[in-house]
Every structure is written in structure tokens, then in C-alpha cells.
Design a protein around this ligand. Structure first.
Ligand code: TYM
Length: 332
């Protein structure tokens, strides 16, 4: 973990319900593969989830479920840190400090804020608005070089860089300026029922979203019902959002290029292709679901993992936090 020569990768996920195939292909899969090349630090961003109302008992369950699911995806706690954000108090502290170095105008431009406030019109709270500075703090506390995320987080990475550059301009080189690490393939997995919208756990149509822990039958059913077009010819093209999305999913999992997929499915119909994509997803997720089942039974093991990581995360992040406080003028 403390190998100084390796670059630092930081990322996080909100434990707000089940983890989706989009989360997995856009981010978590890269978290796993980056573990040998980078010093990896990952968090369950539970503080982020309370920008929308949560049921307390369900929230506790979601946090443990997400922790077990991500371990099951292949995060190795011997190699990487995987902690719970709310257990590391520097995150909330840094968020307040960065709030004071973030402009109202730039927060107003965040598309996620606009989308979420349209969706939760009865609860447009200040946390929803300042969410990007909490996320910036998560990243900057660890002096991260790379942030593996899906394409929907690009704007939040940009604002993080802007905040860090502004702060460094005032106080010297305090923060490393991080870069997004967005995969070529899988960065934007779309809903199976409306392929113009990103796949999301809050999709109202249950068939639109594949969950990491879905049964093989449920996965196959969702892919067989996926919306396509009337052309019945497996190739990538404009106006073929449904097929483009299925090709993207298939290519990310199998490693096959789009040309190869088009070649392999020449003369075959969409039914065959949907079955092939469904089966590839089932096989990719099968070992994850099996490992999840054993992790979730062992709460003591999960607790041992996150307590150990929480402690180290606090130590690392406190270095940056103290530096920031001193530079600003606080007495430590
Ligand atoms: P969250 O919890 O919404 O999503 C977690 C990760 O999954 C990616 N993702 C997708 N990728 C491809 N296709 C999709 N349909 C799809 N849906 C989600 C997201 O891009 C993300 O990488 N604010 C963040 C969590 C966060 C964070 C951070 C991330 C908090 N602090 C610091 C990085 C660094 C969020 O809400 O992600």
C-alpha cells in the first residue's frame, strides 16, 4: 500500500441501494484491475447518500451490502484500502473548507445538481448543491493521481481540478491535481429499456437496470426484453442506441472489438445477440454473487476490514488536512 513509487488511484461509490452493471463496468472493474499498478484507495461514500432522504435501517443494510459486494468484485484488502467515508472525519472537515473555495456559479452549472433537484423538487437541500466539494475533498485528501469513474462523473472531476488549482494558486502546491480515469468502453452503460438514458438504480422500469446480484434468470429476462430497433442487423451505428449499448456491454466483458462482434453475428438476428450478451453478463457476475453470499454472512470479517482501512485512511488524509489548515491560518 505505501509503495511511494506507484501513483495513487482514488475512487468511491455511493451505497444507496444495489450496485448496478453500470457501476461495475464503468468503475469497479477498473478499481480491481488497477490494484497492481497503483496504490489504490477506495471508499463507500455514505456521506454523499444523505442528500436524498434515507431510511435509517435500510441505509445501514445498504452500507454493509455495498461493502460486501465490492469486496466480492475483487477488491483485495491486502493490496488496497477500502474504507467507509463517514468513519474518517477529515472528509466532512475538508468539505467545509473547500465549500469556502468553491463558487456558487460553478456549482450551479453541475448537471447532476440540476437533474437531482428536478427529481427531488420537494427537497433541494444545500448538501445536494455543495456535493461536488465533498467529492473534491475525498479525492484531494489522498493526493490522488487518477480517479477511475464512469463518464457521468467527468464534470465532478473537472470541478475538483478547478478547486485544487484555485487553492494552490493562493497557498502554493498543496494539492495534487488529479486526472479522471474513464474507460474507453463501459464508461456509459445505458438503460436496457431506454437506451438514451444512463443505466441507474433509480430506473422506474425494473427491466432497464441490471443489478450486480440479480439471479441468472433475471439477467437473461432483462436482456431478452432489451429495447433495440427494427433493423435486425448487429452493427454499430447512429440511431441504434439499443444495439450500440448491448455491443458496448458485450465488448467490455469479452474484450472483443466492435468489428469482431459484427463479424461474429453476421446473418444472425437480435434474439441470438441478446442471448449472447445476457450469457456473458451472467458468467461475469456469477462468481461475484457467490462471493457476496459468503462475505455478507460474515459481519465480523467485514468490520475487521473496514476498521483497519478507516484507521489508515484517517492517518493519510490527516496529513493533507493539517497542511491545508496551517496554510489557511488556523492554529493547530
Ligand atoms: P455513483 O455512486 O453514482 O457511481 C459509482 C461509479 O459508477 C459509475 N457509474 C456508471 N458507469 C457507467 N455507466 C453507468 N450507467 C454508470 N452509473 C454509474 C460512476 O461514474 C461512478 O464512477 N459522486 C460519486 C461517488 C463519489 C466519488 C468520490 C467518485 C463520491 N466521492 C470521489 C470518485 C471520487 C457517485 O455518486 O458515484
Amino acid at each position: 500500500m505505501e509503495n511511494e513509487k506507484k501513483q495513487i488511484a482514488f475512487s468511491a461509490i455511493q451505497p444507496s441501494g444495489t450496485i448496478t452493471l453500470g457501476n461495475y463496468l464503468g468503475a469497479i472493474r477498473n478499481w480491481v484491475t488497477m490494484q497492481d499498478e497503483y496504490n489504490c484507495i477506495y471508499a463507500l461514500a455514505d456521506l454523499h447518500t444523505i442528500t436524498v432522504r434515507q431510511d435509517p435501517a435500510q441505509m445501514r443494510k445498504n452500507i454493509l451490502d455495498a461493502y460486501a459486494s465490492i469486496l466480492a468484485c475483487g477488491i483485495d484488502t491486502e493490496k488496497s484500502l477500502f474504507f467507509i467515508q463517514s468513519h474518517v472525519h477529515t472528509h466532512a472537515e475538508m468539505a467545509w473548507v473547500l465549500d469556502c473555495y468553491t463558487q456558487f456559479g460553478e456549482l450551479s452549472r453541475m448537471t447532476q445538481f440540476k437533474d437531482k433537484s428536478a427529481k427531488h423538487a420537494d427537497n433541494i437541500n444545500a448538501g445536494l448543491f455543495t456535493y461536488p466539494s465533498l467529492m473534491a475533498g475525498d479525492i484531494l485528501l489522498y493526493q490522488a493521481d487518477k480517479v477511475p469513474v464512469g463518464a457521468d462523473q467527468q464534470q465532478h472531476i473537472e470541478i475538483t481540478r478547478d478547486i485544487a488549482t484555485r487553492f494552490n494558486g493562493l497557498y502554493g502546491n498543496v494539492f495534487k491535481i488529479p486526472e479522471g480515469f474513464i474507460p474507453k468502453n463501459g464508461a456509459r452503460v445505458m438503460s436496457l429499456q431506454d437506451p438514451t438514458k444512463k443505466m441507474s438504480k433509480s430506473d422506474e422500469n425494473v427491466n432497464g437496470c441490471v443489478h450486480l446480484l440479480d439471479s441468472p434468470e433475471a439477467i437473461m429476462r432483462k436482456f431478452k426484453r432489451a429495447i433495440t430497433d427494427s433493423e435486425a442487423h448487429v452493427h454499430y451505428g447512429e440511431g441504434k442506441d439499443g444495439i450500440n449499448n448491448l455491443m458496448g456491454i458485450y465488448s467490455t466483458i469479452t474484450g472483443l472489438s466492435f468489428e469482431q462482434i459484427e463479424h461474429d453475428f453476421e446473418g444472425k438476428g437480435y434474439g441470438d445477440f441478446k442471448t449472447a450478451v445476457g450469457e456473458a453478463v451472467v458468467e461475469e457476475l456469477r462468481p461475484i454473487r457467490e462471493r457476496y453470499e459468503s462475505y455478507i454472512k460474515d459481519k465480523a470479517y467485514l468490520e475487521e476490514c473496514y476498521r483497519k482501512a478507516d484507521e489508515i485512511a484517517l492517518k493519510i488524509s490527516s496529513r493533507t488536512m493539517n497542511k491545508v489548515m496551517k496554510k489557511i491560518g488556523f492554529i493547530l
